[in-house]
Each structure stands twice: as C-alpha cells, then as structure tokens.
Design a protein around this ligand. Sequence first.
Ligand code: DX5
Ligand code: ZN
Length: 218
Amino acid sequence: AYTAKIGPSVLSSDLSQLGRECERMMECGADYLHLDVMDGHFVPNITFGHPMVECLRKAVGPNPFFDMHMMVSRPEQWVKPMAAAGANQYTFHLEATMNPGSLIKEIRESGMKVGLAIKPGTTVEELAQWVGQIDMALVMTVEPGFGGQKFMEDMMPKVSWLRSQFPSLDIEVDGGVGPDTIHRCAEAGANMIVSGSAVVGSADPRSVIALLKDVVLE
Ligand code: DX5
Ligand code: ZN
C-alpha cells in the first residue's frame, strides 16, 4: 500500500561540510534528505535556516527531496523563504501553531508538500483530525532538539494506531532510529525512516541505509 523510504538526518555530520555530506548520503542510497531546522526557542538548540537550504540546493542539484523538519516557534514565518530556497516538504510541529489549518493551506499554496509532526507528549488523536489535509505524519521518537538520543519505544502505539486508521498515509519516525530499533518502527507501520547518527556516524553508511530499507520493505 505504501513505499518505504530512508531519509538521513545530516544534523550529526560535520556541519562545515554539509553540502558534501548531503551528496554523500544520496550516493549511499538515501531516498530523501531530512533537514533539521532549530531556532533555539521551540527547542534548546540552533542549527540553520533557509540561507543554508538555498546553498544546499545549489550544491546537490534539483533532484534530492528536502524534508524540512521545522523545530521552530513560528512556523508561519518560514514558509515562503523555505519554498524559495528549494525545500520540497515543510514539516511543522502541531505544538508550535494555533492555526494548523491555515498553515497547511499556506504551505500548499507555496508549492511544498505538508508534513505534520508531534512531540512525544502530544497525542496522536490531536494529529488525526488533520490527516486528510497532509502528506505525511511525523511521530517523534525522541524529544526534539538533539541527535544521538535514545529511541522511545513507547511511541510505537501512536504509529500502529495511525497505520490502522490510515493505510496509505506516509508515516515518518525520527529520533534514535537505526539497525537496533528499525524493526519496531517497521512492525508498527512507519514507512519514512529518518536516521541520523546511526547512518551518518557509520563507517559504512551505504550498508546501514540498505539494511534499514530491507527491514521496512519486509
Ligand atoms: C532531533 C532531530 C532528528 C535527529 C535524528 O531533534 O529531529 O532528526 O537529528 O538523529 P538521531 O537518528 O541520531 O536520533
Ligand atoms: Zn528531525
């Protein structure tokens, strides 16, 4: 019913080489790139914004799909700049906006796909009412803010429930996902897999990506 995709998060790579890292991940079999935007307010960490995305787009060319994970307090503010910078999907946090409906509309009008993310403390029922209007649901499996944290297995019931209700929805998991935890995500029904440190920090990213994909496709 759905396809499995692996999207490395380049957050834990050498940020001075980000363009090169993105290219390397695509060469190693990544299906898309998951780019983590943090504003130091919604989460206690800062990464990069649309000027960096514009440079990355120039570096990697038109094809790689950029899934922007917007861990920011005012997601409305960056829709147009991100679209102009070459982002393909704008994944915002349900916790960050008072008006998800109008934000979804703005994202669509800007030509990007819509992703909707929930933090571990947010229920999946709160997300469910928007599913008809979005392209992808992101169930966080760590508290957003940092790479390299421990996978929260107790988020898997959210994924299974979503999968049971919405057989063809793209469901992404993000945080602590790697060869040791991918089975749980696949069983629950996630089909878009973000993996940061496990892929980027590996001596052989190509094998890790292939292994992750195999498990999800099983
Ligand atoms: C966490 C970010 C994740 C993170 C994933 O706030 O949203 O995308 O970089 O990295 P790992 O796989 O190392 O948890
Ligand atoms: Zn992320």
